[in-house]
Design a protein around this ligand. Structure first.
Ligand SMILES: Cc1ncc(COP(=O)(O)O)c(C=O)c1O
Length: 377
């Protein structure tokens, strides 16, 4: 089964966002966070069943799907209830819409670096935004809790990603509990984006939900999807978990009439993956770890970059120490690799590399990355 990740998935002429950006150009796309792996066969099998039926009308959430979600959270030590689950077509839309339920009197804490839609949503809101720069401690990007407790205002919202994109931090129990203490003390709320929660690269780590920390459930909207894990982001299916009935109602009011339901194929694929995707996922993690080790072996000896070693996600975040070009993304493209520019994440001079692809392609990309970096010396 493992070898399937070595088979290049030709995504040309499939309307792929990642690949079409560089259509007909010799640029290896290692940017947007989706993977170049064929989804597990269970997805195809589940689709076939529906295609044979041929009906694609308006669709309800199958109760079986909620049960699978509840079970998967139970395995991860968070007991959730069915009515806490609110289904969504995707996370990005909610990152924007969340501002519609935040009151004008509430401020919003946006850590940096951060997945770009959080910055775009903040820019387009009329709320007071407080930026919090994450710091590198023992090789990991973490919150400066002392600063955060000074900066945080009563009643504010924290935009939290765990595991963190782009930094790859998997927040520990102690770190979550320390954050929870500040959040409770300041009567704050959290949007917790856990879309990368299946990508725990190191077996010593575990994904924990901030909402399951003491006294936190009523303060958190958790958003998640299986779209990253099983490479089904084009199917538009995600969900949120909102234990607080008042916040849930507000949230549902914000969505009503504006946000479509998940797509029928998204629901089918999500259910299939929850029921039978575990082995595929474990093999994927093994493969991604090999990719990560390869990249670190190749790039760590360089003294002109500072790498944050990811413990979660399939993203490598590094600082280009000789950065002096306004357009770093363009610079790497000139050398034949498509990477994500740190300025979009609130950190100019940094780069994000997506290693959710086959090793052969990464091996081809490495000399190009070296050449691009050498050119900056
Ligand atoms: C942290 C994070 N949140 C949300 C998303 C996007 O989610 P969706 O495709 O459901 O809009 C991504 C995609 O890269 C992501 O990395």
């Amino acid at each position: 089964m493992k070898q399937i990740f070595d088979i290049p998935l030709n995504r040309n002429n499939t309307w792929s966002t990642k690949w079409d950006l560089y259509k007909d150009k010799d640029i290896i796309p290692l940017w947007v966070a989706d993977m170049d792996f064929k989804s597990p066969n269970i997805v195809e099998d589940a689709f076939k069943e529906r295609i044979e039926h041929g009906g694609y009308g308006y669709t309800e959430i199958p109760p079986e799907l909620n049960k699978e979600i509840i079970n998967s959270y139970k395995k991860n030590n968070w007991l959730i209830q069915e009515d806490w689950i609110v289904w969504l077509p995707g996370l990005e839309t909610v990152i924007h819409q969340i501002y519609n339920l935040i009151m004008d009197t509430q401020s919003v804490i946006v850590p940096r670096p951060i997945y770009p839609p959080f910055l775009n949503a903040a820019k387009h809101s009329n709320k007071k935004i407080i930026f919090h720069d994450l710091e590198k401690v023992d090789g990991r990007l973490v919150y400066n809790l002392e600063k955060l407790s000074e900066e945080a205002e009563e009643n504010s919202w924290l935009m939290f990603i765990n595991p963190h994109n782009p930094g790859g931090t998997v927040f520990s129990k102690d770190e979550l509990e320390d954050l929870a203490t500040i959040i409770n003390k300041k009567n704050m709320y959290v949007l917790s984006d856990e879309i990368h929660s299946d990508f725990i690269l190191n077996s010593d780590d575990q994904h924990l939900h901030i909402a399951s920390c003491k006294d936190m459930a009523d303060r958190v909207i958790t958003i998640n999807s299986l779209s990253k894990t099983f490479n089904i982001a084009g199917l538009n299916c995600a969900f949120s978990i909102i234990p607080n009935p008042a916040i849930r109602k507000q949230f549902q009011n914000v969505l009503k009439g504006q946000t479509p339901s998940p797509s029928i194929f998204g629901l089918i694929a999500t259910l299939a993956c929850l029921k039978g995707g575990e082995a595929w996922k474990n093999n994927l993690l093994e493969y991604l770890n090999k990719n990560k080790d390869f990249l670190l072996e190749e790039l760590s000896p360089r003294e002109d970059i500072e790498i944050i070693e990811p413990r979660g996600t399939y993203l490598l975040w590094f600082k280009v120490l000789n950065y002096h070009k306004a357009n770093l993304q363009q610079h790497f493209e000139n050398f034949g690799v498509g990477l994500s520019d740190g300025k979009d994440f609130g950190k100019p001079g940094w780069i994000r590399l997506n290693f959710g692809t086959n090793l052969e392609l990464l091996t081809k990309a490495i000399p190009r990355i070296h050449k691009a970096l050498d050119d900056l010396i």
